[in-house]
Design a protein around this ligand. Structure first.
Ligand SMILES: Cc1ncc(COP(=O)(O)O)c(C=O)c1O
Length: 399
């Protein structure tokens, strides 16, 4: 019997797209269900015309793997499907995605505005690198929308921010930011690492370009360093052309691992979020805990914003223990299942004191200005049995 399959049917659900990716429209060679890993740096052609056609197609042309590779293209299209956009790009790490995307939008003489609560590596880039190339940077208090508008100038080309922020988990109003960006003609570049496209789709709210540390939830197993960017086709042309120059690409095997990880993103995020909600509830009622940062426990306006633009609250928790830094050190040193480590978004729970890791280059006063006290802990809630995690924190907080 002949196939009656309609390969042009409308968009599928998140999990279906994550599992099948572009393969329903573009079946893989050898009838494979898993994307083939094409370990080839370059590609051969039947004739010169065929080669020229492929080389002229910057978006999908396959002639040299620094430009495009079949395994990476498949992974990039899978991510773009989940994000609801045309195109994606994978990078050697999140910082390569951030720097390449920003540099694809600005030139000497331009200005960018940046919210203060962003990842430390990005702070370093905007503070110590971008100004050296003639791009002025203005820092704005996160969520000060009036302050942002007054910081914008005729030459402001981009506004950079993230939400939820790390580690204070502030929620920024994406729709409002989209509206401000459009009115002032400034592109919005947004780091969606903590939410992932499963919990939040920034492009739906008017954001122009999204960046990720794919090292975190997208890859999700604390075994890869990778970055990603997504956006509309024309936006991504700039990103791809800049990546072709700077060269922060990944190898085909890593691209395959990325696709494999993406296939389970939805189930992983659900479990991460279930565990985080239980742990946040536990921590907020514990007598040794001073305060807890978690969008579900935030003030009503912030909580409502999270509920409007996110599917769930995410799986990062910030909390401050009573007794300051010494007490926080003791809690961390007593934890059994929860690993002491600086990353986030992996299957295992990871905890860190921002004063020793993400914010170690700041003075105590600078940290306190951001709301980060000496007893603050940042927890990336993993997928372990939640009762084990609660028991682990019980003995660590009470010991
Ligand atoms: C929110 C956020 N963005 C970007 C990065 C940078 O990503 P990578 O370490 O993959 O370069 C990190 C790293 O911790 C991060 O937490």
């Amino acid at each position: 019997m002949k196939s009656e399959r309609d390969r042009t049917a409308g968009p599928a659900g998140f999990e279906t797209m994550a599992i099948h990716g572009p393969s329903e429209e573009r079946p893989y060679p050898y009838r494979a269900v898993s994307p083939p890993i094409v370990h080839s740096s370059t590609f051969r052609f039947e004739d010169i015309d065929a080669m020229r056609t492929e080389m002229d197609d910057a978006r999908e042309g396959i002639f040299y793997s620094r430009r495009n590779n079949p395994t990476s293209l498949d992974a990039e299209q899978r991510l773009a499907m989940l994000e609801g956009c045309d195109n994606g790009a994978l990078f050697a790490c999140g910082m390569a995605a951030i720097t390449t995307t920003v540099l694809s939008r600005v030139e000497a003489g331009d200005h960018v505005a940046v919210f203060k609560d962003i990842y430390g590596g990005a702070v370093n880039f905007f503070t110590n690198v971008l100004p050296r190339y003639g791009v002025a940077v203005t820092w704005v208090d996160t969520n000060d929308y009036a302050g942002l508008e007054s910081a914008l100038q005729p030459n402001t080309k981009a506004i950079y921010f993230e939400s939820p922020t790390n580690p204070m988990l502030k929620i920024v109003d994406l729709e409002r930011m989209g509206e401000i960006g459009r009115r002032h003609g400034a592109a919005l570049i947004f780091d969606n690492t903590l939410a992932t496209p499963y919990l939040q789709r920034p492009l739906d709210w008017g954001i122009d370009g999204v960046v990720y540390s794919a090292t975190k939830y997208l890859c999700g197993h604390s075994d890869l360093i990778m970055g990603a960017a997504t956006g509309a086709a024309e936006w991504m042309d700039g990103v791809h052309n800049t990546r072709y120059v700077f060269g922060g690409v990944i190898d085909p095997h890593s691209a395959w691992l990325f696709s494999r990880s993406l296939a389970t993103l939805a189930v992983r995020m659900e479990r991460h979020c279930d565990n985080a909600e239980r742990l946040a509830e536990f921590l907020v009622s514990h007598p040794q805990v001073e305060r807890v940062q978690f969008p579900a426990l935030a003030e009503p306006e912030q909580r409502a914003l999270a509920e409007r633009q996110m599917r769930r609250y995410g799986a990062m928790i910030g909390f401050e223990v009573k007794g300051g830094g010494d007490r926080a050190d003791r809690v961390v040193s007593r934890l059994r299942h929860v690993c002491l480590g600086p990353s986030l978004g992996g299957i295992e729970s990871l905890i860190v004191e921002p004063r020793y890791a993400t914010h170690r280059r700041m003075t105590r006063e600078q940290r306190e200005a951001l709301g980060i006290g000496e007893g603050m802990l940042r927890l990336s809630v993993g997928m372990e049995s939640v009762d084990d995690l609660i028991a682990d924190f019980t003995q660590a907080l009470e010991g």
